[in-house]
Design a protein around this ligand. Structure first.
Ligand SMILES: C[S@@+](CC[C@H](N)C(=O)[O-])C[C@H]1O[C@@H](n2cnc3c(N)ncnc32)[C@H](O)[C@@H]1O
Length: 205
């Protein structure tokens, strides 16, 4: 079986820089979401890693279910959950989506989608678990050169996404993009990158 590279990164994932990014993303999410009082929100995070963003949001939301495909990340998530005494966040593997009977007011994902090979299949699954008035905040990389992931062995994900690609993925899967903005810029391995936030709603028939 192919090794999950994130298992090997998990223990060192929680750097001050990543924590700082998650703090900024937390503020963006909280400022943007006004569908209902934050204390009533049931959220789902896709690709939650070691849980830092979920921990930051947990004091504002009612409950956050999280999914991550790396067992190493899930272990770190549980350690952080205990360390920060966070009762209302939960971590599962990807099978959670198919078994799930819950409906979420907010689904969000930070820097995980470019690691998901079949974006349209993922978007179709998320449609099944979002509340009819729910929103999806997709936060990820704009297009980057292939070298961006040179340090990631056998990288089979996406070199970020163009705005057109995001609109097309959403359109093809019954979502609509209701807002799109560039929210952050940075440099990694000497390569400049930007991050976008796309807001999705399920298209009403
Ligand atoms: C670049 S990391 C980002 C982690 C976290 N969101 C953060 O910003 O610190 C990508 C995460 O997505 C997870 N991941 C990749 N494919 C996934 C999938 N199909 N379903 C759920 N999680 C996935 C990886 O295990 C990894 O923890």
């Amino acid at each position: 079986m192919k090794e999950n590279y994130f298992d090997t990164l998990a223990k060192g994932w929680n750097t001050p820089q990543r924590k700082n990014t998650s703090e900024n993303i937390k503020e963006i999410i909280l400022n943007k979401f006004d569908n209902k009082p934050h204390s009533q929100v049931k959220a789902l995070e896709i690709g939650a890693g070691d849980g830092i963003l979920a921990i930051l949001l947990s004091e504002h939301f009612s409950k956050i279910d999280c999914i991550d495909s790396s067992s190493g990340m899930r272990e770190e998530f549980l350690k952080n959950k205990e360390k920060f005494m966070t009762e209302n966040i939960f971590i599962y593997d990807e099978s959670f989506l198919s078994d799930n009977v819950h409906r979420y007011d907010l689904i969000y994902s930070q820097k995980a989608f470019h690691h998901i090979v079949d974006i349209e299949a993922e978007l179709r699954s998320l449609k099944e678990v979002i509340d009819k008035d729910g929103v999806f905040y997709l936060i990820d990389l704009c297009t980057v050169p292939r070298e961006f992931h040179n340090d990631f062995p056998d990288f089979d994900g996406h070199d970020g996404f163009s705005k057109d690609e995001i609109y097309t993925y959403f359109e093809n899967t019954g979502w609509e993009v209701t807002d799109y903005e560039i929210i952050m810029q940075g440099k990694r391995n000497g390569i400049d990158f930007s991050m976008f936030m796309a807001v999705g709603k399920v298209k009403q028939q």
